[in-house]
Design a protein around this ligand. Sequence first.
Ligand code: KIV
Length: 275
Amino acid sequence: MYVQNANTPVRKPVTVPGLRAMKAEGRQIVMLTAYDSSFAWQLETAGIDVALVGDSLGMVVQGHRSTLPVTLDHMVYHTAAVARGLSATLLVADLPFMSDRDVPHALEAGARLVGEAGAAMVKIEGAAPHVLDAIKALVERAIPVCAHLGLTPQSVHKFGGFRIQGREQEAAERVLKEALAVEAAGADLLVLEGVPAALGERVTQAVSIPVIGIGAGPHCDGQVLVLHDMLGVTPGKRPKFSKDFLVGRDSVAAAIKAYADDVRSGAFPAPEHCF
Ligand code: KIV
């Protein structure tokens, strides 16, 4: 069991305005998912900037084929566990499928994830009108929002699978328009998933909020990966955009540290991780 003691690393807490400052200063933001307290502590000690309790937990923890079965209660449980393992790392939690169906539900979810579980920010997928309304309502109530565009996993059935988005000109323009719309609605951060690197670069230049890529190329303001993918423990084939950082290293701590170093130096993502 972990007990905070004199060896606990002391870092300046990462804040929401601090993320914007990192973009302005050209410092890469390192984000990684976590689902429990022990791994959260690994992120904390490796100096990860942002921990994401993703609804990917439905796939890598619960064993489902998609993120859709994850409930708000699941998210609150895992977010509270992760919060207990963090001190300086900023904590973001996903709004699960359909918890954004209208403003009252989105506010209820935001209140539970931030007030009860300890997140500093909530993440919401897409840019449909009801999502923009939810972003505005959350931000007005001082709940910072991370938007999520491109390959949004909660739309898996609409996309016909986990498919790269924004390849055609028209689709790319749509993603760009959505990015401007979520920024205008008040989002403070944007996760951009599964799009060509050229589109990742355009979006990152078009918005003033930090853009965190996952399969969106090297020109974003930071990167995020699913913890189980980058430790090589997810069953099946690893996504092209991910990398097993445990290969050639002898501990989880070393793998997470290598990921952070490679994002900060620009070594990750390499061309073979991009579309
Ligand atoms: O749920 C999740 O882990 C995510 C990341 C893939 C960004 O949304």
